[in-house]
Design a protein around this ligand. Structure first.
Ligand code: NAD
Length: 272
């Protein structure tokens, strides 16, 4: 190996502290599993503190290191308190993975102003709250990695989730902008665009994508699931772990020269 060439051992996250928002959910939970297996201490943060505790318990039972935290990313006070707690307990946060998000699935002409505000508040302003707060402790150390979970809907609009798509397009701009703002501090900021993963996304906001498709079409769930699966060239839905593997790469030294980018993990569904 030549001098300066990254060693594969860099994927080992022993002694690293990883904060994952929305880690009580499907994708965030999968990312938490991957980071814990790589040796990181994972802070599992979620609005639903019971889901956060269940995920942290599962990781610890499997031999990993995890702590649970209740967190509402729309509250800057909440995120400041959590960052303060982690710095007190562990000294620093090495990785921030912004995965918390919500979705509302219904046609644009039925979407209300309040729904638009709510979704932008969580999916866009909430991520800004987390990034700005965590960066206050990353910048002085001149070290840190941020990964934002975007979407295939960050690259293509949709009648059926116009507010969601708008928030995720915005998050793409925020990811690039923060990346530019902190590049001189040796901090990398990137995004991942997952394709389709069957989770509880949207359920608390009136119905998941598939549930709402069924409501509007009257067709059974299996029909919609199958047509979604067939829209993926690799013919399988993604998993939380698929997204976790890309996040692990983006938090490793193997990607030290990559910032302000977004990567599709979608089985070939998007190519831009
Ligand atoms: N499921 C998919 O097909 C898909 C595709 C592309 C992108 N995504 C994105 O992946 C991320 C995770 O989604 P998921 O599919 O795992 O959904 P999920 O509903 O299983 O998980 C989302 C988690 O975020 C938490 N959350 C919601 N509001 C919060 C808040 N204000 N503060 C803190 N936590 C909050 C929820 O409690 C939940 O546990 C989201 O940002 C979503 O937009 C999902």
């Amino acid at each position: 190996m030549t001098q300066g060439e990254p060693d594969m051992i860099a994927m080992d996250m022993t002694d690293k502290i990883t904060l994952i928002t929305g880690a009580g959910g499907g994708i965030g939970g999968g990312i938490a599993d991957v980071f814990a297996k790589a040796g990181a201490t994972v802070y599992v943060a979620d609005l639903d503190v019971n889901d956060a505790k269940a995920k942290a318990d599962q990781i610890r039972q499997e031999g990993g290191q995890a702590c649970a935290a209740g967190l509402d990313i729309t509250s800057k006070t909440d995120i400041q308190a959590l960052v303060g707690r982690i710095v007190e307990e562990k000294g620093a946060i090495d990785h921030l993975i912004n995965c918390a998000g919500i979705s509302i699935n219904k046609p644009y002409m039925e979407s209300s102003d309040d729904e638009f505000r709510k979704i932008l508040d969580v999916n866009l302003i909430g991520v800004h709250n987390c990034c700005q707060t965590v960066l206050t402790q990353m910048i002085p150390r001149k070290s840190g990695k941020i990964v934002n979970i975007l979407s295939a809907s960050s690259r293509m609009g949709s009648d059926f989730f116009s507010h969601y798509s708008s928030s995720k397009f915005g998050l793409m701009g925020l990811t690039q902008s923060i990346g530019l703002a902190v590049a001189r501090h040796n901090i990398n900021v990137n995004g991942i665009c997952p394709g389709i993963i069957v989770t509880k996304l949207g359920e608390k906001q009136g119905g998941s994508l598939v549930q709402q498709m069924c409501r509007y079409s009257g067709k059974p769930e299996e029909v919609h699931l199958e047509s979604l699966r067939k829209s993926i060239p690799l013919r399988r839905f993604q998993s939380g772990e698929d997204i976790g593997h890309m996040a692990l790469f983006l938090c490793s030294e193997l990607s030290s020269n990559i910032t302000c980018q977004a990567f599709n993990v979608c089985g070939g569904m998007r190519m831009n």
